[in-house]
Design a protein around this ligand. Sequence first.
Ligand code: SF4
Length: 411
Amino acid sequence: MLPVITDSAPAPAGPPRSVRRAEVADRDWHNWRWQLRNMLTTAEELAGVVDLSIGERDGLSASAHLFRVGLTPYYASLMDPRDPTCPIRMQAIPRAAELDIRAEELRDPLGEDTHHPAPCVIHKYPDRALLLVVDRCAIYCRHCNRRRLVGGDAPPTTDDLDAGLEYLARTPRIRDVLISGGDPLLMTTEKLAGIVGRLRAIPHLETIRIGTRIPVVCPMRVDDELCAALRRFAPVFINTHFNHAKELTPESRAACERLVDHGIPVGNQAVLLRGINSSTRSLRALFRGLLRSRVRPYYLFQGDTVIGTDHLRTPVDAAIELYGSLRGWMSGMCIPHLVIDAPGGGGKLPIGPDYIVERHADRVVVRTYRGQLVDYPEARDKDVTVAYDRVFFAGVPEDDDREGGDELAAL
Ligand code: SF4
């Protein structure tokens, strides 16, 4: 079994433990192991930090068997204690609507289980693969698309992980591995660095990414030791998951900046969640705040069709309209790709406003972000061949552009 620091051991018998910020000693609050040991998992515990609404109480009792509940005291401290529409509450506390499951909702909306060539590995795209190293998280997000896999009690074994790594090593098409789960940053630094080190030793793996919500929900985990350990295996990228500007606290921003200071680029994959961030104002504040925190907005996902999440999905037309209220109105550096991850494993498909409104032989008519129609003259020559490819990629197979000729090797 992989040693994962997620033992949600029952609270010791005795008076109820306090998880309110004001009642916890600083040394505990800033200790990530304390945060994980003291995750809130029950209605009684949540009622100690917020005034639970009837809808939340119903959701907590009704959805218990559907997908577990859990969040760190740190993340709970961000909740508005009185307002159940708080975006932190809506991401962490279930509503009864989770049980209102539609026929088209799926346990495995992205078809990952059919692209599962080895234990711990999902290999859906030609040159990228997922390595699932843990099954626990520091929050159980109500919109999670992998709820069938996380929050269980069957973490990957060492043998599973070895088999997964062997598959990656014998599959040279894979250049990019995303370490995911669950949340890989729940592992000890030593164990995580061990996995990253084994990946880095595979010659054809160019990029190693780690998907994690830890900077959002347990930023104290991102300490110098972790950052320094990951730095040794550069390039390593972090993909994190902020969904609302309320999550951009001084602590979470410092965690992201610590990673960046150690040479680890941080990108953000947000989910467009109805009633949580589905407004122009929310999205602009989120993406601008991320950029100020040195985090690059990367994806904005339409919600996946996973069971029990229909109430959190945003209609596609509304999503496109929202996206149109971002592009052009704020720096392109702030604008993520709006994508639908196609059900069944079709992959990520960008969607957005159609900026080309007419096509002619000699021009296209484009619509600007302000709604003006402008002619864009077509180029007269249509041949787009790059003649120098014959030199630069001499001797390289057509479907393999990793290496050029001597020119690239000399760069
Ligand atoms: S942290 Fe990620 S994997 Fe875990 S519940 Fe949230 S969305 Fe799912």
